[in-house]
Design a protein around this ligand. Sequence first.
Ligand SMILES: [Zn+2]
Length: 256
Amino acid sequence: MVADKAKVPTVERVLLGTMPSHIWVGAHEEAKKQVVSIIKQQACAKGECNRCTVCKSIEQQQYYAALWLYPEARYTLDQFDPVFKKLSFGLDEGEQFFIVIQKADSLSQSCANSLLKVLEEPPPGYYFLLTAARLDDLLPTIRSRCMIHTISHGVSSVAHQDLFDFLTTIKGYNPAAFSQQLYQSNIIERETMELADALLSFWMKQYKKGITRDAPDRTAQAEKVIAILKGASKKLPMPGSSKLFLRDLYLQIKGL
Ligand SMILES: [Zn+2]
């Protein structure tokens, strides 16, 4: 099957998965690099060409659809006035806007409180991209509303990397080994959602690579997995059913 190039932008919009708020945990420059990269992947017509004016403007924090915040020492409430002003405007369908809160571990309790509602459920098209040096320094109320990406050695990863590896191309078909890993993992619903989001992001990249390298097999496979993941994201696990959900996902993906 030959991929239809015109379809790419629509599919790319799900790169950030089902959650609107994300946090990258790691050294400041590394975390910032990840945020710049994710905005490029969402906004650049070629995915992340690093050459076009959009990519350049994102690098320079001049991109019109991104608002970058940085704390003086600690964040003050009035620093968020532009955020709430911006959020009061609805976006057009398909339009995106990114609010970057750097060093989110410098949010005071009152700043954090003012953000809880919008982090949980911003108006359509808005994304919150946060960075922090250490997970432990983040307020639990912030942490629980964001998908957490941990950066180590410049690579962003999620919890339960072992299960992630099984569900990507890294490991071959072995349902028994997967079940065993699953049984040992004690994975909870929230982590299952994060894992599903991380998988979606991984397969989106595979899809894009397939297109740019003109590898139709790869593109077609990625397209099928993306369809499975999108279907699964509509019926995310009920409490206590994470393992069943993931086992089903494994069989669907590996059964392709
Ligand atoms: Zn570009």
